[in-house]
Design a protein around this ligand. Sequence first.
Ligand code: MN
Length: 390
Amino acid sequence: MRTRIEVPAESRFGPDNLPYGVFAPAGKDFRVGVRYGDQVIDLAATLDAPVFAAPELNAFLAKGPDRWREVRERVRELVDGEIDADAVYPLADVALRLPVRIGDYVDFYASIEHATNLGRMFRPDGDPLLPNWRYLPVGYHGRAGTVVVSGTDVVRPRGQRRTDSGTPDFGPALRLDIEAELGYVIGRGSELGVPVDIDEFADRVFGVALINDWSARDIQAWEYQPLGPFLGKSFATSMSPWITPLAALEAARIPLPDQSPAPLPYLRGAQHWGLDIDLTVVWNGQSVAYPPYARMYWSPAQMLAHLTANGASTRTGDLYASGTISGPASYERGSFIELSWGGSQPVRVNDQERTFLEDGDEVTITATAPGPRSARIGLGEVTGRIRPAR
Ligand code: MN
């Protein structure tokens, strides 16, 4: 039996969006699907290609941009017409998992406002931006194995905590925080020893997903020098189950903010654009911040060119995240350490004064972007709840 899926015109997940995920209908195996409105279309059942019967997107992503385009066009035809009713499931009735097998995970620090705010708090006596910041997209290699799908509980980490006495103690993190970020998913990998040219970006990167890079600020503040973030970051990173293809974000492309000094030649190219994506951070049901991705200093193409500039290879499914997204206004800050200015200016959440996360707190990050014909499209949300330390 064939059916037509009705999606309201105001849906943020209409025919111009069509993000990919991996889902399981009740009692069945995980397979690849596309979200349309509040329904999921089973691609394995409709497109008759074995790559979609897999419990991850990797085999499809590895096919490259020509195949991505073909499949997107085919799905668009399906949702514009009639589709096999057995291949459509209500979103509320399916299980979702991490959409890609992530080999490597890199986290950048590409917001000048976030880097400046953190610099002011962590190094009050120096320049907020270190001398390298305007020359390269600062980043570090994170822990791919602890990237979890949205909805997974986050156990409060234990660790060495910096105290005011100057010596650390050990216990549950007291300054547990979020980082509202955008993640980029590698489609076609690159060879060891061969840097990815900045203009290859759209042939390599498949799409984006919202990320919450949970961070324990007291652990981080004690451990991060000289080698950078470690256990204050590696306990969990939450990722949306929905990857929005770059093809859905063409109307969201915008010029980057001015870069001064001019980047070195390998960081200059034709794909010199950012994305006009508006995020919302919701803390226990209340919207507390509106980070603007449009302000990001470094482009996603520059991040990829930089992370492979030394010849490091990339693999299908690798993830690199933008770093916390913050704008210049206080309500645009994408972390609680910034919103509460290091805990000194509590935020009002449901009539409580709050600084960092308490056990039982839930944080959800949503986002929208311009789509074609003045409609907006939504990114799949990322959410997580804090459980007590074990
Ligand atoms: Mn981060």
